[in-house]
Each structure stands twice: as structure tokens, then as C-alpha cells.
Design a protein around this ligand. Structure first.
Ligand SMILES: Cc1cc2nc3c(=O)[nH]c(=O)nc-3n(C[C@H](O)[C@H](O)[C@H](O)COP(=O)(O)OP(=O)(O)OC[C@H]3O[C@@H](n4cnc5c(N)ncnc54)[C@H](O)[C@@H]3O)c2cc1C
Ligand code: SF4
Length: 446
């Protein structure tokens, strides 16, 4: 009897010890992953990636139970993590606002917001019809604050349905509508215009697809099924950039809608007869009754304004660097984009980096470390205190060192320019559209 009791105590004792060990291992693992995440948060703060730039998940710490469902749901890397059993943002600036985290949270602790208490985001005033305070100017897509492919297409469609009902008197010989921007919002708008028999012109400073056309080739694009007017239901949930672009191209060309690519609109002016004048940077003009601004929030790349810059060998973004080899390349700029692009190209090409200042401007510590090493090993040739003067088919001219220094000529095949961008705020203000800074406005809650 006594023996049995001792045996039972022993078994319970062993079980209790095993349980304690399991709990201890769990707590230790939790603690170390929590401190690893905290380290990532600290690095993100130091590198300016902690603050969101557009839509982002705001976590209510009183409600959060640290389930980790949001982290599992987020298809992007290291945007969310867990510290001390609560969810936290890490690289919030890389959040693309899907809201997958928002839908996954089991206790509804997440709201999608724009702007933070310390960093306001400029948003234009838009009525429920998508018209702004300026008669005839409408806004759809990410520019209005709510991005993502499906939302932008839907907003473009709805805005143009409202334009089609507009009571403005038709003016013979001018288009009913000029759409600026051929991303998802512009595409939705253009197809809806055609469906409603509107005479439409579509302009883009770049090419069809908007931000999507800049996605890496291998990126998995998350979206939801959407009805494209005059085309039908597109049933994608997960797809690729090339699939999406193929569908959009097909939908537009089947309906004979041509995008006027590489036309940057600089100005919109209201005219006395209540119509609008759209002016592009190369001086072309379109008079119209309505404008749909579908220009997103990413702005336009800043240009050098030098002879030869319009040449086809000049680019302001680097797509598919793995396909470029054996070229003499000039990268212009001293920020992270310039440095990262130079490093992506350096193994297969001869890369020179021209920057107008004497050292790189506030680049991420990791980039600084890597570019220093690349320069030391001779993979990238830096030209500080230098300015490009002109771009010619097989060479470029630049001024190095002294302000009045003599121009030098360098053999060249390709030029990549990364000298920042102009945000659309000024453009909107010039057109008379009212803008307000939003500090943490809730865009989506349960
Ligand atoms: C890295 C990244 C990953 C993403 N992944 C996803 C994803 O998986 N799923 C998803 O749903 N969304 C994703 N998004 C978000 C999505 O790409 C955007 O929300 C969407 O493209 C917005 O559409 P839009 O039509 O409003 O603007 P945009 O797509 O930005 O298009 C705006 C167009 O306007 C043009 N333009 C701008 N200014 C002018 C001007 N002055 N004159 C003429 N043309 C002009 C631009 O060239 C551009 O073509 C991602 C975004 C990023 C940055
Ligand atoms: S909104 Fe999308 S990208 Fe941003 S954290 Fe949530 S799931 Fe990730």
C-alpha cells in the first residue's frame, strides 16, 4: 500500500517537473523572441522605418491578447511582431495596408489608420461622389487615402459612374473626361467611361499599371476578385504582376482604350466656362469637363533637367536588375535608393555612383557598411561633389570636384537617377483642391 503511494507521488512529481520544464522552455523562448523583436523595433526606429507612411495597423494594447494571428496573416516581412505578449509594429513604413492583419485579429484589437499623432499625412477632401471642392475634379484610389488594387479599381469605377451622371453641359469637340494616372483606379475609371459612352483621354507619366508595374517580377500580389466593366469578373486572390498587367492590357485593348504613356500632367486650371484645362510638362493641353485624378500617393520622380535626360537609356526606377549585365552604368544620387541600386548592379556591370555632396546622405547604417565595402573592393566607383551636365548616346558629361571644374566625359550605356520625388500635395494645392493633415484617422474598423 505504502509502496503504491510512493510510486504515485513519484509519478505526479515527475509530471509536475516535466510541466515546469515545458513552461520554462516556453517562457525562455518567448522572452528571447520578444527581445529579438524589440531589437528589430529599435533598428527600425533608428533607420526611420518604424513610422508608417500611409495606411497601417494601429494596435489597441488593452485589447490585444498577443495571439500572433496578425503576424501569421501578414504576407510582408517583419512589419509586425510580438513584444511582451502584445503585438507591435516593426517596419511600419513597409506596410501596404492590405488589412489582412486587421481581418485575422480574433479580438478586433486592430484598426487601419492613416497618419500618427506625430506624423500627419496630407489627404484631399473628397465628397461621397468622389468629387473634390473644385467642380469637375474627382479623386479615386490611393490618393484619397484608401489604397489597394481592388479598392482603387472600385473607386475609379464609382467616381466615373458619378461623372457619367454629371449635369455639366457637354462641350462639343472636347473629351468628357481626362483621367490622370493609369494604375488600378485609372483603369477602373477608363473602362467605366467607355461603358457609359464617355469620350475619355487617359494620361500617365509612366506606363500602364501604376505602382503594380513597379512590383518585383516574383512578388505574390494579393488581391480580391473584381468586376471589370466591359470585360467581366477577374477572379484573382493571389496572382503575379505579369498576370494582372496581361488582364488589364487585354481589357483596355479589347475596348480600344489607349493610354497616352510618358505624359506627366503638371497643372489643372479651371476655365471661365466651368470646364478645366489639363496641361502636361511638355506643354500639351486638353480642355475637358471632368478630370479624374488617379495618381496614387507616390508622386513623380525628380529630374535633373539636363540635355539628353529624355533619352531611353535614362530611368528613375530599377526593375529586374538581374537582367542587366556587361553595361557601363551611372547611378545618380546619394540616398538609400541610389546606393541599393548601385549594389544590385555592381556584380555584372561597371558601376559609377555620382553624388553632388561630399558624402552619402543619411543612408541606413547597413547600406553605409555595404557600400563602403563595395567601394573599397572597387565594385562601385564613387564620384562625390559631381554633377551630370549632359547625357549623350554613348557617354555622359559631368563636372567633378570644383564648382567651376572642367567637364569630364565618361563612356556610358545606362543612367539611373534617384534624387527623390515630388509628392502630389503641391500639384493638388495648385489645382485648388483642399488638403488637410490627418493624424491617426481611422480608415477601417470592425
Ligand atoms: C511594395 C508594394 C506592394 C504592394 N502590394 C500590394 C498587393 O499585394 N495587393 C494590393 O492590393 N495592393 C498592393 N500594394 C498597393 C497598391 O499597389 C496600390 O494601393 C494601388 O496600386 C493604388 O492604385 P492607384 O491607381 O490609386 O495608384 P497607383 O497604382 O500608384 O497609380 C498612379 C499612376 O499615376 C501616375 N501619375 C502620378 N502622377 C502623375 C502625373 N502628374 N501625371 C501623369 N501621371 C501621373 C503614375 O505614374 C501611376 O502610374 C502594394 C504597394 C506597394 C508599394
Ligand atoms: S495591413 Fe497588410 S502589410 Fe500592413 S501589417 Fe497588416 S497584413 Fe501586413
Amino acid at each position: 500500500m505504502m509502496g503504491l503511494l510512493i510510486e504515485e507521488i513519484l509519478i505526479y512529481g515527475i509530471v509536475a517537473i516535466i510541466c515546469l520544464i515545458v513552461v520554462w522552455i516556453y517562457l525562455r523562448k518567448n522572452k528571447s523572441s520578444s527581445s529579438l523583436t524589440q531589437q528589430k523595433v529599435n533598428i527600425a526606429k533608428a533607420e526611420g522605418r518604424f513610422e508608417p507612411v500611409s495606411l497601417y495597423p494601429h494596435i489597441d494594447l488593452n485589447t490585444c491578447i498577443g495571439s500572433g494571428a496578425c503576424i501569421k496573416a501578414c504576407p510582408e516581412q517583419d512589419i509586425l511582431g510580438i513584444v511582451d505578449d502584445k503585438a507591435t509594429a516593426i517596419n511600419a513604413s513597409a506596410c501596404i495596408g492590405h488589412g489582412a492583419c486587421f481581418h485575422a485579429c480574433p479580438v478586433e484589437a486592430i484598426t487601419l489608420r492613416i497618419g500618427t499623432a506625430t506624423r500627419g499625412v496630407d489627404l484631399p477632401h473628397v465628397k461621397p461622389t468622389y468629387e473634390t471642392n473644385v467642380s469637375g475634379i474627382y479623386i479615386a484610389g490611393e490618393l484619397g487615402g484608401m489604397g489597394l488594387i481592388k479598392n482603387s479599381i472600385e473607386q475609379g469605377k464609382q467616381a466615373v459612374e458619378n461623372i457619367a451622371k454629371s449635369t455639366k453641359k457637354k462641350i462639343e469637340g472636347i473629351p468628357d473626361l481626362v483621367i490622370i494616372g493609369a494604375g488600378p483606379a485609372g483603369i477602373g475609371g477608363a473602362l467605366t467611361a467607355k461603358k457609359n459612352g464617355l469620350d475619355v483621354v487617359v494620361l500617365d507619366q509612366d506606363s500602364l499599371g501604376g505602382t503594380v508595374s513597379n512590383f518585383p517580377r516574383t512578388k505574390i500580389v494579393m488581391t480580391r476578385p473584381v468586376d471589370l466593366p466591359l470585360y467581366g469578373k477577374v477572379k484573382f486572390n493571389e496572382t503575379s504582376k505579369s498576370e494582372l498587367l496581361k488582364v488589364w492590357n487585354e481589357a483596355l485593348s479589347n475596348n480600344e482604350i489607349k493610354i497616352e504613356e510618358h505624359v506627366k500632367v503638371d497643372k489643372i486650371t479651371p476655365l471661365v466656362d466651368n470646364s478645366l484645362k489639363v496641361i502636361s510638362n511638355d506643354g500639351r493641353e486638353w480642355q475637358t469637363n471632368h478630370v479624374l485624378l488617379a495618381i496614387g500617393r507616390r508622386g513623380s520622380p525628380r529630374k535633373l533637367g539636363i540635355p539628353g535626360e529624355e533619352s531611353e537609356k535614362v530611368a528613375y526606377k530599377l526593375l529586374e536588375p538581374e537582367r542587366i549585365s556587361g553595361k557601363k552604368i551611372m547611378v545618380v544620387g546619394g540616398g538609400d535608393s541610389a546606393v541599393e541600386s548601385a549594389m544590385l548592379l555592381m556584380e555584372e556591370n561597371e558601376v559609377t555612383l555620382s553624388y553632388r555632396k561630399e558624402k552619402f546622405a543619411r543612408i541606413k547604417p547597413k547600406n553605409q557598411e555595404r557600400i563602403n565595402e563595395a567601394i573599397e573592393k572597387g565594385y562601385v566607383k564613387p564620384l562625390f561633389n559631381s554633377n551630370l551636365i549632359s547625357i549623350e548616346p554613348d557617354k555622359i558629361q559631368l563636372q567633378v570636384n570644383a564648382e567651376n571644374g572642367e567637364a569630364v566625359s565618361i563612356e556610358n550605356d545606362l543612367v539611373y537617377i534617384f534624387i527623390g520625388g515630388e509628392l502630389p500635395t503641391k500639384f493638388l494645392e495648385n489645382a485648388g483642391v483642399t488638403i488637410t493633415k490627418r493624424f491617426g484617422q481611422i480608415m477601417k474598423k470592425h
